[in-house]
Every structure is written in structure tokens, then in C-alpha cells.
Design a protein around this ligand. Structure first.
Ligand code: THU
Length: 158
């Protein structure tokens, strides 16, 4: 039998480089502005661009539930994967405490696919920091780690 394995790292917020800590703070601040009246689960994302800029977003729910958007896709919708000026280095995802499960949040399946579209188009890996409200962080330095057997433009012959 073949097996899939991938590298990931664990850390505490305070042990990460200052610019990463700033990114996580930005994600937490963004979560405060989430519109999540149905789930009450407020998610915040901060994206670090290659040029140093930080772009943030939060989940945006809807009375028609499937019309809601995750924080990750909300942010990525602002970025054109083909625009070299908009290359992404990393992203931090976090949430505000609501439940006893405090494992660091990880992007949902659809968001993983969306993050990968960006990574494959820009041709450079994206580090994804998955955080919890207690300052624990799990991270991967390549978004492909989050989605084995991902679907891509190659499958479409592009
Ligand atoms: N959500 C995100 O925004 N990002 C994730 O990575 C997981 C889930 C949102 C979607 C929905 O508004 C709420 O969290 C509960 O699923």
C-alpha cells in the first residue's frame, strides 16, 4: 500500500518571527469583523503579500446558508493569481473562541482548493499558519500539503 505523508510544524505564537506574529494579530482583528450571525463562528484571515502588504478578511454568512463565504475565499477573491504584483507568501487563519475544541483551525476543503489555485498560478509556495485563540499554531510551508490528490488545471489539459 502507498501512503501519503506531509511535513507540518507546531509552534506557539510568541516563538514565531515577529512578522508572522503580526500576521496572526491581523487575522485575529479581522475575525472581530466577521459576519457570522448563523454559526457564531467568527473566522479571520490575513494574507502576507510578497511585497510585505497584509490583506485581511473574515467569513461572511447569509440567510441562504450556501451563499455564505469563508474568510479564506473572501480574501483570495481580491487577488488575481496571474498578477505577479500580487504574489502571496503566507496566510494566517484563526477564529474567536466559541467551542471547547481549541485545535488550530484548518481551511475547509473548498478553500484549500482555492488556495492551491493561487499557489499553482504564482508558481511559489504559500505557507499556511493555522491558529487557535490560545496562541497555538500548526503550519505547512506548502499548501499542497493540505490537499493530496488535488484537482488542477492539468486535469483540464491546461
Ligand atoms: N469558515 C471559514 O470562514 N473558514 C474556515 O476555514 C472554516 C469555516 C466559516 C464558514 C462559516 O461561516 C463558519 O465558519 C462555520 O462553518
Amino acid at each position: 500500500m502507498e501512503q501519503f505523508s506531509f511535513p507540518f510544524q507546531r509552534s506557539l505564537n510568541g516563538q514565531l518571527p515577529v512578522e508572522v506574529q503580526q500576521l496572526i494579530v491581523a487575522a485575529r482583528n479581522a475575525a472581530q469583523h466577521a459576519y457570522a450571525p448563523y454559526s457564531n463562528f467568527k473566522v479571520g484571515v490575513a494574507v502576507r503579500m510578497k511585497d510585505g502588504r497584509i490583506i485581511t478578511g473574515a467569513n461572511h454568512e447569509n440567510a441562504s446558508y450556501p451563499a455564505g463565504t469563508c474568510a479564506e475565499r473572501g480574501v483570495l477573491a481580491n487577488i488575481n493569481p496571474n498578477d505577479k504584483q500580487q504574489e502571496i507568501k503566507s496566510m494566517a487563519v484563526t477564529y474567536l473562541a466559541t467551542s471547547p475544541d481549541t485545535f488550530p483551525i484548518s481551511p475547509c476543503g473548498i478553500c484549500r482548493q482555492t488556495i492551491l489555485e493561487q499557489q499553482l498560478a504564482q508558481g511559489a509556495p504559500i505557507t499556511v499558519y493555522m491558529c487557535n485563540p490560545d496562541g497555538e499554531v500548526v503550519y505547512v510551508e506548502d499548501a499542497t500539503s493540505l490537499l493530496p490528490f488535488y484537482f488542477s488545471s492539468k486535469n483540464l489539459g491546461k
